[in-house]
Structure formats: structure tokens, C-alpha cells
Design a protein around this ligand. Structure first.
Ligand code: FES
Ligand SMILES: [Fe+2]
Length: 354
């Protein structure tokens, strides 16, 4: 049988590119991890998550060392998990502390993962423990949670390879089409040139419009700059295989033509592969104005989630097509694909060093 053909050109990562382990990924929203055992598969590893008695996040390999019974289907007791099959007990480090039918406890060999909770997200290091460095966790756009208003999205499950999602997040050209109903971008936005820059293994990209009034529906109705010129700039940054940051910012211009500090929104995206064909997706929006308007936060959150639902459906359709229709073909590339193409080239190279 002929080899299935990739959807991309040879040097671009695609749905067949091996997953990357040496990165920090978002494992869960902090609010998802409680005193109940919860399973989540990340990079084809089944994990069990919970909080210990001191509210610290614990993530262990979800597999009893005795006969592979899933620990998430077991019992969380004080001090750790007791396997529901033959009663072996594990502490929060994954070490065996009790074997009911014998006095001695063998070494368990089940893995405890390195995690870090920051703001609304719980990060996990999926590579070798010696290589973990918290300084490599990509910075959230706004670490100062008190100064900005945040809308944290619910957990999303995506039936598609993570590269498809990362490419979507690097792609400004789908916004006026796939999201025509939700976002209603003006035609001037569609026509604006996309500027792209690669710095090391990161890619930044944006578009701008000289007249922010065209984008007024994206901002709080109370926002008013009078007659001052305001530049609208929207874009994003591919940061790591696990993260992407978007923004829509307004830059008022003073009488000397200098841009002032922006007003607007950042959107942080976290994409965590479950397997080669599925991923987990988390997001939050931060804004630096209308900080106390809770109704607006709700409206903004609903609009963003509606947009992401459109992306999730589209990506699922792409994944389906790529899996079922494997005749000879090669996708064309248009100018607007540049940020995504650079991202895919970076990931392809990273995967080849794996
Ligand atoms: S499978 Fe867990 S104790 Fe036997
Ligand atoms: Fe989208």
C-alpha cells in the first residue's frame, strides 16, 4: 500500500510529525483539579490529577504498578491513592506505602510529574525531570492578575492534531470568513497587509488599521477617544509548541505623532496534545480597561468562546479529511499563511532533533 501523503510540504510539521516532550504544557485549569481523582491523557500518557491535603497539585502516572489498574478509578485517601483492585497504597510522590497482603513495600516505579500552578493554569513538564526548568514556562501576558481583568475560558477538547490548532492561531486570514457571524470584521481588515517576523523559535505577526472606529464593536461601548487618532493593531505570537498569544490593541496617537500606551485585550492560548489526533485547549482573555464591568466580561467571554467553537469545528473537519482522504495531493500556500508556515517549519526542526 502506498504511504499516506502528508498535507504539507516536506519541511513543514503536519499531523504526522512526532509530538514534542521537552516543553511545559498546560495540563488543566487549576479549578479542574480538586480532591476528586481526575484522568487526563497528555502526549499519550494517561495521568491522574488531584490536590493533596495542603491543596497542592499532584499529577502521577495513572497506572497501578501492580496490574495497571487505572488509579483515577481508585480511592483518594489521606496521604494518597489506594488502588481499587488489590489495595496497594501510593503516597503523593507515587511511592508504595502499603501492600495489604505483605509487610514489605516494593519500589513502585510510577512517575510523579513536575507541575507548577500559575494564575488560572496548571503547567506540567512532560520531558525528563533533569531537563525541567521553571524559567522556561512561557510568561502569561499579564502576570499581575490584580491589575487586569481576566476572563478564563472553560476547558475545550479538540478532535484534531495540535499543529492544526497552532496554525489556526497563527492565521489572521480566517477571521473574516470562518468567524464572519461572530466577529464581523470589516473588509478593510481583510485587505490589510499581515506583517511577520521570526525571532529565534518565535514568530510574531500583526495587522493594523489607521482608523479604530471600524473595529468599535470589538471594544467596550464606553470607550471613547474623542477626535484623537487611534491605531488598531491586532496579531499574535507563536511562543512554544504549547502556547500562542493573541492581542487586539488600540494605540492613541498624541499631537507629536507618538503612540501612547495601548488599551485593549490579550488572549492567551494553550494547546496540549492528548494524542497525535486530539488535543486539549485552554484560553483566557485579559483587558486593561473597563475593569469592573462584569456584564461586559461575561459578554466578552461568551463571544470569544463562540469564536473558538467555530475553530474547533473547522479543525475537526480538517483532521477528518486528512485521515480519510489520502490520495496524492499537495496544499497550496497563500501569502497570509506565512506566520503558520514559519511555525510549522520550527516545529518540524524541533521534532527532528527529538
Ligand atoms: S492492580 Fe493495583 S493493586 Fe493490583
Ligand atoms: Fe479562529
Amino acid at each position: 500500500m502506498a504511504e499516506p501523503k502528508s498535507y504539507g510540504a516536506g519541511d513543514l510539521a503536519d499531523i504526522h510529525t512526532p509530538l514534542l516532550y521537552d516543553y511545559w504544557y498546560v495540563a488543566a485549569l487549576g479549578s479542574e483539579i480538586t480532591r476528586e481523582l481526575k484522568e487526563r491523557t497528555i502526549l499519550n500518557h494517561s495521568l491522574v490529577m488531584y490536590r493533596d491535603e495542603e491543596d497542592k497539585v499532584v499529577i502521577l502516572q495513572n497506572r497501578c504498578a501492580h496490574r495497571s489498574f487505572p488509579l483515577d478509578q481508585s480511592t483518594l485517601e489521606d496521604g494518597g491513592i489506594r488502588c481499587r483492585y488489590h489495595g496497594i497504597k501510593y503516597n503523593h510522590d507515587g511511592e508504595i506505602t502499603d501492600v495489604p497482603c505483605q509487610d514489605s513495600c516494593p519500589r513502585s516505579g510510577i512517575k510523579k510529574y513536575i507541575t507548577k500552578e500559575i494564575g488560572p493554569m496548571v503547567w506540567i513538564w512532560m520531558g525528563e525531570a533533569e531537563a525541567a526548568n521553571e524559567a522556561d514556562i512561557p510568561e502569561l501576558p499579564v502576570h499581575d492578575m490584580g491589575k487586569w481583568t481576566h476572563v478564563v475560558g472553560d476547558y475545550n477538547y479538540l478532535k484534531g492534531n495540535y499543529i492544526l490548532m497552532q496554525e489556526n492561531l497563527c492565521d489572521l486570514s480566517h477571521l473574516p470568513y470562518l468567524h464572519a457571524e461572530t466577529f464581523k470584521f470589516p473588509k478593510e481588515y481583510t485587505a490589510a497587509t499581515i506583517k511577520v517576523e521570526q525571532t529565534g523559535d518565535q514568530v510574531t505577526f500583526y495587522r493594523e488599521l489607521e482608523d479604530w472606529n471600524l473595529l468599535k464593536p470589538f471594544f467596550h461601548p464606553g470607550l471613547d477617544f474623542g477626535n484623537q487618532q487611534v491605531i488598531y493593531r491586532s496579531g499574535g505570537e507563536y511562543v512554544t509548541p504549547a502556547t500562542n498569544k493573541g492581542y487586539g490593541l488600540l494605540y492613541p496617537v498624541d499631537e507629536n505623532g507618538a503612540e501612547q500606551a495601548p488599551v485593549g485585550h490579550y488572549v492567551s492560548h494553550y494547546v496540549t496534545p492528548e494524542s497525535e489526533g486530539t488535543c486539549h485547549y485552554f484560553w483566557y482573555v485579559a483587558r486593561n480597561y473597563a475593569l469592573d464591568d462584569k456584564d461586559y466580561s461575561k459578554k466578552q467571554g461568551d463571544m470569544v468562546q463562540q469564536g473558538f467553537n467555530e475553530d474547533l469545528v473547522a479543525i475537526n473537519l480538517l483532521q477528518d479529511m486528512l485521515e480519510k482522504d489520502q490520495h496524492d495531493y499537495r496544499e497550496i500556500t497563500i501569502k497570509a499563511d506565512k506566520p503558520g508556515a514559519i511555525m510549522r517549519r520550527i516545529i518540524k526542526r524541533l521534532a527532528s532533533h527529538n
